[in-house]
Design a protein around this ligand. Structure first.
Ligand SMILES: [Zn+2]
Ligand SMILES: [Zn+2]
Length: 81
């Protein structure tokens, strides 16, 4: 009986771990877009951020996660033009 309980605990434990991993993934996808501070500063001056990491992220239409950004780049500016 003791072994069965241990197995059950292991199964439940791993299921919870998988669930937590999925929840983390969902959170990532649902995270609101956030422009990195350096990029926001550059955008204020109508410039593109010069950080190589930010340039690389911008190419993928993403905010630079290295500099504190998150999510996809908002394309409002391009729509205005
Ligand atoms: Zn930047
Ligand atoms: Zn960056």
């Amino acid at each position: 009986m003791k072994i069965q309980k241990t197995l059950l605990a292991l199964v439940i434990g791993s299921a919870l771990a998988v669930g937590a991993a999925f929840a983390a993934d969902a959170k990532k996808d649902a995270a609101p877009a956030k422009v990195a501070a350096c990029c926001a500063k550059a955008a204020k001056d109508d410039k593109a951020c010069g950080h190589p990491c930010c340039v690389a992220a911008a190419k993928e239409s993403k905010n630079c996660e290295k500099c504190g950004g998150a999510g996809a780049v908002e394309t409002k500016k391009e729509a205005k033009k």
